[in-house]
Design a protein around this ligand. Structure first.
Ligand code: MG
Length: 300
């Protein structure tokens, strides 16, 4: 049995192949309010992430440390890049999903559905067919803390798909509060976090899995239950393991949903992404800070 430091909690023997016992958890950014939406720009060797309540997006690089990337940010939350490398952001303030073009201009990808404004797009991912998938819980309109308080104009909190031709469709409509989402490496499975226990203790803190074929979404069974707090953002590695945020850190789940182990983080974790020069650094947004840890796998 290898000795593990305090920030690593192995639960299943498979964890040893994924996280080296000597790897260290390092805080690289501090002094934020509520960090979210990490996305790695390997071409610029930097991490972009949101500090939602501070209405700003920050940029971190090994060489230059932390600087402001965009402020105001429209209370941006989740971020990703599309197939062309463009930044896509969920913005609570504008209640939209916006793409930053290569010339710096902003294109709105989604703002309304069924005659009403979206709630507050939270997290976003893309598929290889050029579609953009995002969740639309109500967190950004519940208070003025991370957006602007407002009455919802949507009947539900949906998962949406923006088709390559720009058509917006509600593909999953039975969540209390859908939050983080990500695809399996082959994009046949979409994982969606249910964070509704934030305001209703009766809602289970689970990640659900959906079978996806093009725009068609089926299934939705419980993939895993998060035992501490609730899941928010998550990412898959190349082997299909799912790395999920939780209140006590990052939970590593096998493709079958078995909890393999945890990276214990001293602050509540909102989200994570893979990046770094070899693709095997996990950047973790956690409340006031951003942490990084080098693991033995790369992101999908
Ligand atoms: Mg989120």
């Amino acid at each position: 049995m290898k000795p593990y430091p305090e920030h690593l909690l192995p639960i299943d023997g498979r964890f040893a192949d994924l996280v080296h016992p000597m790897t260290r958890l390092e805080r690289i950014v501090e002094g934020c309010t509520w960090t979210e939406g990490p996305v790695w720009f390997g071409d610029h060797r930097c991490l972009i992430f949101s500090d939602i309540p501070s209405d700003r997006m920050l940029r971190w690089s090994e060489a230059e440390g932390t600087s402001v990337f965009r402020a105001p940010s429209g209370y941006a939350n989740g971020n990703t890049r599309d197939g062309a490398g463009r930044l896509i952001s969920c913005r609570h303030g504008m209640r939209d999903v916006a793409r930053t073009e290569h010339d710096g201009s902003i294109t709105i990808l989604a703002r309304d559905f069924g005659g009403g404004r979206l709630n507050s797009p939270n997290d976003v991912t893309t598929s290889r067919d050029g579609a953009v998938w995002f969740t639309d819980p109500s967190y950004g309109i519940l208070s003025n803390f991370e957006g602007y308080r407002a009455e919802p104009e949507q009947e539900a909190r949906n998962v949406f798909r923006i088709a390559p031709d720009g058509t917006l469709g509600a593909v999953i409509q039975d969540f209390a509060q859908p939050n983080g989402l990500c695809f399996s490496p082959d994009e046949r499975v979409l994982y969606v976090a249910e964070s509704g226990s934030s305001h209703d203790a009766d809602v289970p803190s689970v990640i659900r899995r959906f079978d996806v074929e093009g725009a068609r979404v089926a299934g939705g069974e419980i993939f895993a239950e998060i035992d501490t707090g609730f899941p928010d953002g998550m990412r898959c590695d190349v082997h299909g393991n799912l790395w999920s945020s939780a209140w006590d850190g990052v939970h590593c789940l096998s493709p079958e949903g078995d909890l393999l182990g945890k990276i214990l983080v001293p602050e509540r974790v909102s989200n994570l992404c893979f990046g770094g020069p070899r693709g095997n650094t996990i950047f973790i947004t956690a409340t006031r800070s951003v942490y990084r840890i080098v693991v033995e796998v790369t992101g999908a």
